[in-house]
Design a protein around this ligand. Structure first.
Ligand code: NAP
Length: 294
């Protein structure tokens, strides 16, 4: 392997496209595949080779990065890629796949001789575009020389949580962090919906809490998206957030922890999606407070 690993990016949606772009800009050789090829095509201008199949993308690659919808999608796509995977390559699994499928993902890696890195990321579209994600990573020390340039290109910081990707320590931390993200987003939507219902100007609410311990950046960010009607393009879509809320509820249940807020959040997101907001930013969970569109 040369100093700069060859990286295959499987999945160039909101996050994967931004990550692939930063890998190109860091001088890595990038091949990208996406189910909907049109979304990968713009990466060609950055120097990436766009492929028609996952197998073509991973052939001979030093690092395979998966950034797909969920764990089942990852398994499906990796099975398609399987004949061309190079034994000894590193697999950086960054999709938010939760903790349940980690055993299957790690088993796939073992079967195909891949070094498995459980490596979800914290941060949304804008930090992804700026190469300033936080990578939560667990995986063997042996392959770190190959994965470090990848993590450095997509993230501002890598938080190592262990050396055994199969133990899922990074994915478990990611679920904990996302439970906070989703709770804040849901509370933001409900608070603004209540303000609307009660005829309270949201600016009065912000003036009331401004600068105090109840104020926070994420509240401001998600309120801004909603009040300034910037729901599309989404940074984190309603349907993807619902998927994460359900992963959190399921993980809690498996460990004997009841999560009422996450459960209600999943239902609010599902209702917003049914109202037609599925591809909008998750701030659109706000609309679940009303019968109609708003
Ligand atoms: P996205 O834009 O919807 O991308 C999803 C990707 O999965 C697309 O490449 C999509 O392909 C692909 N995909 C979906 N179903 C597929 C299938 N059956 N077969 C093959 N490919 C399939 O979502 P995203 O926001 O980038 O999220 C990607 C992952 O990162 C998710 O696990 C999400 O939870 C996680 N994440 C997101 C954020 C965020 O803020 N957005 C932050 C951290 C982590 P098509 O283009 O063909 O649909």
């Amino acid at each position: 392997m040369s100093d700069k690993p060859t990286v295959s990016v499987l999945g160039t949606g909101i996050m994967g496209a931004a990550m692939a772009r930063n890998l190109c800009r860091a001088g890595l050789e990038v091949r990208a595949w996406n189910r909907t090829r049109d979304k990968a095509e713009p990466l060609a201008a950055e120097g990436a080779r766009i492929t028609g199949t996952p197998a073509e993308a991973v052939e001979g690659a030093d690092v395979v990065l998966t950034m797909l919808y969920d764990g089942n999608t990852v398994l499906e796509v990796m099975r398609e890629a399987a004949p061309a995977l190079r034994r000894g390559a590193a697999w950086v699994q960054s999709t938010t796949a939760g903790s349940e499928l980690i055993t299957d993902l790690a088993a796939f890696a073992r079967e195909h001789g891949l070094l498995f890195y459980d490596a979800p990321v914290l941060g949304t579209k804008e930090p992804a575009e700026a190469g300033r994600l936080t990578v939560l990573a667990a995986g063997p020390a042996q392959g770190r020389a190959a994965v470090t340039p990848v993590f450095d290109a997509v993230g501002a910081k890598t938080l190592w949580t262990g050396e055994d990707g199969a133990a899922g320590s990074a994915s478990r931390l990611k679920l904990v962090a996302n439970s906070w993200v989703l709770a804040v987003t849901a509370a933001t939507g409900e608070t603004l919906a209540l303000a609307k219902g009660l005829g309270v100007d949201p600016r009065d609410f912000f003036e009331l809490i401004g600068g105090g311990p109840l104020d926070m950046g994420y509240l401001r960010a998600k309120s801004g998206v909603l009040l300034e009607d910037r729901l599309t393009p989404a940074s984190f879509a309603v349907t993807t957030a619902e998927k994460d809320a359900r992963l959190i509820v399921a993980a809690g249940r498996r460990s004997g922890v009841r999560l009422d807020v996450a459960e209600a959040t999943a239902e609010r997101l599902a209702r917003a999606a049914a109202q037609g907001h599925g591809q909008e930013d998750m701030a659109a969970a706000y609309f679940a407070s009303f019968d109609g569109k708003d």
